[in-house]
Ligand binder design. Structure first.
Ligand code: PMV
Length: 311
């Protein structure tokens, strides 16, 4: 029997980077991109094999830890140990349309899909809270000091207002929000940008601490505007958040150009989303301006664009 499990990508609407330092942030699932795990009998015979299609690798999950194990094997064993079962004879084909290091939560989504399929295959599907805790442990291997926002929004699959270490909060969407998302196609490892922001904070605690606090207030104001369906307030909040991210050194010339191009084509707001320096940019677009914004983003160097409506 085949078991299919999926997990969506994610977009951070407000608050990335500051969220690592205790400020609130807002994120939504991005189902246009997804990771998928298909579990079935292992044609190779006994043992648990993960075919990591995007990496072009076959990984074997052993009962005992080994040096330099890929994070996906560590993730699988974490769950098996927790459930008290040995590695089953199973093949899990893991694939993903989410670009790696693109700010869309590729690592968290791949781990989530894998652990969902594995736990169902051994007859003990994980509750969301438990799954989230496991995926967070693996996020630490990828990112060092993740806030936990990626795994939370991806595991729960709903909009989240996230504060590090606090229980998950979701919220209502007062009016549909239509976004055009531009993928720069540039990989930017989150652990590097997060590390650079931390260094900046240590070098200039007052100035950078004030930027974090201001970003936190923007996230709070954005939540209220989203709940009230006050879309016109959101554009300027995105602008300000993007400017503050630039001050944290995580924007780039391309991201700034894309933001300017989208605004020039009628977007209400534009900001980088996720770790920055590459990755993706989100633009909030009024009805009727979508085609113009897409054309402008592509002319300004976007590798590809997506549309998504949050309702
Ligand atoms: O890994 P990304 O690009 O999706 O970014 C995650 C968001 C950060 O705030 C930059 C890091 C974190 O752990 O919250």
């Amino acid at each position: 029997m085949e078991i299919v499990a999926t997990a969506p990508g994610k977009l951070i609407l407000f608050g990335e980077h500051a969220v690592v330092h205790g400020q609130p942030a807002i994120a939504v699932p991005f189902p246009a991109l997804e990771a998928r795990a298909v579990a079935g009998p292992n044609p190779e015979g006994p043992g648990l094999y993960i075919i990591a299609a995007n990496l072009g690798r076959t990984l074997v999950v052993r009962a005992e830890p080994a040096d330099d194990e890929p994070a996906l094997c560590i993730a699988a064993r974490l769950v098996l140990d927790d459930l008290g079962v040995p590695p089953p004879d199973l093949q899990i084909l893991l694939s993903s349309t989410i670009p790696i290091a693109g700010g869309f939560g590729s690592g968290a989504a791949a781990t989530t899909a894998l652990l969902r399929a594995l736990s169902v295959a051994v007859g003990q599907p994980l509750a969301l809270e438990k799954l989230n805790a496991h995926v967070y442990e693996i996020e630490k291997l990828y990112h060092g000091t993740p806030s936990g926002i990626d795994n939370t929004v991806i595991v729960y699959g709903q909009p989240v207002y996230f504060v590090r270490g606090q229980p998950i909060e979701t919220f209502a969407i007062g009016a549909p929000l239509h976004f055009v998302v531009a993928d720069t196609g540039i990989q930017a490892p989150t652990h590097e940008t997060v590390g650079d922001v931390r260094k900046l904070y240590h070098a200039e605690p007052e100035r950078v601490g004030a930027i974090f606090a201001r970003i936190g207030r923007i996230a709070e104001a954005a939540r209220a505007a989203i709940e009230q369906g006050d879309v016109l307030t959101l554009g300027p909040l995105m602008q300000e958040n993007h400017t503050l991210l630039r001050e944290l050194t995580v924007s780039s010339t391309l991201l700034d150009n894309l933001a300017a191009a989208a605004l020039g084509a009628g977007a209400w707001g534009a900001k980088l989303s996720g770790g920055g320096r590459g990755g993706n940019l989100i633009t909030l677009v009024p009805p009727g301006a979508t085609d113009d914004v897409i054309r402008a983003l592509e002319a300004a160097g976007a590798r590809r664009t997506f549309e998504t409506t949050i309702a």
